[in-house]
Design a protein around this ligand. Sequence first.
Ligand code: CR6
Length: 833
Amino acid sequence: MAKKSSSESEARKECKFYVNASVKDFKNSILWHMERSLARATVRATSRDWWLATAMAVRDEIMGRFISTMSRQYKANSKRVYYLSLEYLMGRLTEDTLTNSGLMDVAREALKELGLDFDSIMASEVDMGLGNGGLGRLAACFQDSLATLDYPAVGYGILYEFGLFTQSFEGGRQIESPDNWLKFGSPWDIVRPEYTVKVGIGGRVEGVMSSTGDWSVRWIPEGELLGVPWDVPVVGYGAGTVNFLRLWESRATNELDLNAFNNGGYTQAVHQKAMSETISKVLYPNDKTENGKILRLMQQYFFVTCSLQDIIRRFKSLNGENWDIFADKVAIQLNDTHPAIAVPELMRLLVDVEGLGWDKSWEICTHVFAYTNHTLLPEALEKWSVPFFEKLLPRHLQIIYEINARWLSYVESIYGRDSDKIARLSIIEEGAPKMVRMAYLSVVGSHSVNGVAELHSQLLKESVLRDFYQISPEKFNNKTNGITPRRWLKTANEGLSDLITKTLKSDSWPKNLDELKGLEKFAEDSDFQKKYMEIKRENKAHLAKIVKDLCGVDLNPDAIFDVQIKRLHEYKRQHLNLLYILTLYRRLLHNPDADISPRAFIFGAKAAPGYDLAKNIIWAINTVGNVINNDARIKGKLKVAFIPNYNVSLAMDIIPAADVSEQISTAGKEASGTGNMKLALNGAITMGTLDGANVEILEEVGKDNVFIFGMNVDEVQKLKAEGYNPWNVYNSNENLKSALDWLVSDYFMPGNPTAFEPLRKSVLDWGDQFMVCADYQSYCDAQDRLGEVYKDKARWAKMAILNTARMSKFSSDRTISEYADDIWNLEKLPPRE
Ligand code: CR6
């Protein structure tokens, strides 16, 4: 890109790009790949062919930067951070690479000269959806920031053959189908067979005597498989640094076990091979963790041992056996407890394989590891049964017991023989069966424990990890999540990006988001307001087309686009939103001329396939929506669209078009949220509870520029303690009663009035765990207020602009800088050119 430069303004900072290509060269490169890589005549080329050829052309441009980054980092022997995450929700890679390498305008022009429409060509790329939601997308944003800030980093994970399932609706109900994203390969994955590693599984532990008479322990695995690494380049903004994700694929050790084959065991040999290759087959589709599935534990161990072996190989190739400096060269961040098995695995590799003593190895571990917690929900705190461990990882179980014994004797040295305390702090939970508490293992094995927003980090210390905090308060810290402005503003919202660049007379804001503060002074400028809202309207019109296409629903771009996009979960309370929709609908039926601002309620959400209530909520929203959308009496003032198969690419179309951002979780339940940040950055006004990062969004934008409602954490806890009874609210609130009763009448589901009984029961008979009834009235009031405020166009525009202007705190560059300074002690290694 490297748009017009410093001449425009003294204040304007140069934003350097390290790759350059002319439109002509780029076009030739596309044509070259079309012929030589794809063996296609241009007249026959499909959109997918054009996308592939374009991806290959831009890939060519960044490969040099990729190699120079690796050799720079190798030569400097600098410390690196290794991010261990079971999920990466990358979305499409081509557009992002074009943005970050500065070739977006070049590629656009090149395709235009070839007579092609850039957007529809780019749409041929299948999303890389190797994650469930916020946690996986955060990992993706972090990779972008690490590279942009020139930090030496590798992201480790699994190359799932099937990403998060594809969602469709049949009669309004969710249907899942496999996401075979790799079916035709990906131009972004580069295989590195030379770094293949071996992974043991099962078996037994043996004591062995060394030649010097020392007694040691050895794990004799029963089976073995291979981890084959695939690298995905991660281009930083400006392409000064190109890091990579290294994703492991599981393979059988031998193509086929020839012995078994010769002995007539052909099917057994094939079966074994298939088993080994099952490990990296599919991403588990629960956004809060899966407990109890042995394959899941195998996935965790598989990617952890592959990654640690890779880290040790790299360390040794540069530093030999100088283990004293291991922690000066290596920082490992555990993204939730999913990679917690890394603690005993690194101990095993150091003690059993490298022959280091226990104490020395433990010191290394606790200097290297840091753990991020992403949720307080009890059902999401991972525990693995001891018998599982015994079967799958017998040596690791021993090591965990040893870690625990030492840890508990330390606890005893502080508190004496307080058996209650000891039971509470033990890594092993007593019971039948005994369980390994992975969060405790992570805390004990790490030097840093962080939450993902101020409130969440505070609650961690007060609740789930309270006992640990009392013993080691210095470990605990907060790192409020962030999002990359490259993808979530520059790429997703080109109209607004161009306006910002012109207004600030600077194109360096994607790398220095604080510059957006410069927009504040235009918040009341009517000319700027007009331009800003015109872009919003264009984005809404664009989304309306997509919605028409995918849902068959007509949305009016002048209506309020009220958006709730996130996983479907009771704590996120999509059903509270639905109750307001029902309330509004009822109001309109009573008075079709009521002066309300027309609203389009837009949802995007996948429910975990086994989560029945979440699916019931989807069905209810679709069913109610269908009735509302076809009711001529309300004159189109209300529309409901549930966009199927919500994913990163759809988010990039929805977010720039949103007026309202629904962040309505029960206070204390949403650790942070990151959609809230993306939406506010794009000028959507938050309708939210005082939960997660909403609290910090409020601090940044000011109370006049967000709608806050409902109980705060203290009030939630107080009401719970007093004995909350949702029936009391129901019986005393006519509107709530009517909405809930209406839902289970013949009106929405003729002949099947009990279809949504589970939803209704969950907020009444079953105790309303997430306090939907308790917050109902406050939510409706806030929504009504919002509808009134929207009528004042200038006021609304000012609010939206101030949201954009005041979001800089939530750049993932800020988050990553804090991790680097406070946790990893990591230095940047920028290119010298
Ligand atoms: N579901 C939190 O719920 C947070 C992200 C990223 C979550 C969400 O509030 O923003 O992590 N937690 O930190 C887990 O997945 C366990 C999420 O994505």
